[in-house]
Design a protein around this ligand. Structure first.
Ligand code: ADE
Length: 263
């Protein structure tokens, strides 16, 4: 429990869909809205019982699906100032399709690395290399990964996260494709045998954060297994997930540590 805190935090929370943000905005006080075309960004204060009466500033949005929309929203969030405080840390959270055998709905995957599996600038660059960075995988900062694992594991062990199951770390693949076919899974496993899960935004947000030098965490919850039943399972899952997505987001907001935010 962090009962003392002499710095204020401003945390960005981004998802692709409103269900993935869930009740987050309802839990904030003094919410203001900023409108950028079709993107609404909400900023407010979260009063956590862990931090006496000093609120955390939280800026929240959902971007829409895919790499372009999420990159655009991530950039807007990173530029948001609330009560004169810039963003310290961005968390992208939402659902993903499980590729690794045994992954089930409600398993949590915190990637240790992300790859944009549809980036292919051959023959100028090797497959998957992001030309802007000259690297193919964006690693989660180990300090952030260890912290996130610790706070989630504690909640899971104490059975304080109903519905949520096991926590995994692994490679997440991001691409502008909803994967819903065995043949697509097989292709992905051929090109990236170690891939854990797929989604459509995380690698893009991680790239923006990397380039903008903002600490970043991607957190995914398995909604489907990217197979022929994926769309059905995904839609059913989201209906329930919207009630519980805040429970996961809250863990991070309630357990912030200034050391990895370089404050
Ligand atoms: N997000 C959740 N499920 C997904 C899938 N099967 N493919 C891509 N993104 C997803």
């Amino acid at each position: 429990m962090n009962s003392k805190r002499d710095t204020s935090f401003h945390i960005g929370i981004l998802s692709a869909m409103p269900e993935e943000v869930g009740h987050t905005i309802l839990n904030l006080k003094n919410v203001i809205k900023a409108q950028y075309g079709d993107l609404t960004i909400y900023s407010g204060e979260w009063f956590s019982s862990n931090y006496l009466n000093k609120p955390i500033f939280v800026t929240v949005a959902w971007s829409g699906w895919g790499k372009v929309s999420s990159s655009r929203a991530a950039t807007r969030i990173i530029s948001t100032i609330y009560n004169e405080k810039k963003i310290d840390f961005i968390i992208f959270t939402g659902v993903a399709g499980g590729i690794k055998k045994d992954l089930k709905q409600w398993d949590i995957v915190i990637p240790d690395e992300l790859i944009q599996y549809d980036m292919d600038a051959r023959p100028i660059f090797e497959r998957f290399i992001l030309p802007a960075l000259n690297m193919d995988r964006i690693k989660t900062d180990p300090k952030i990964l260890n912290w996130a694992n610790k706070v989630v594991r504690e909640k899971l062990d104490k059975k304080e996260l109903p519905f949520y199951k096991n926590l995994y770390n692994g490679l997440i693949g991001t691409g502008d494709q909803f994967v819903a076919k065995k043949s697509s899974i097989d292709n992905l496993k051929t090109i990236l045998p170690e891939i854990f899960a797929v989604e459509m935004e995380g690698g893009a947000v991680a790239q923006v954060a990397h380039q903008e030098k903002i600490p970043c965490l991607i957190v995914r919850v398995i909604s489907d297994n990217a197979d022929d039943e994926a769309s059905l399972n995904f839609n059913e899952f989201l209906k329930l997930y919207q009630k519980y997505s805040w429970d996961l987001i809250k863990i991070f907001l309630d357990n912030l540590e200034s050391k990895f935010l370089q404050l």
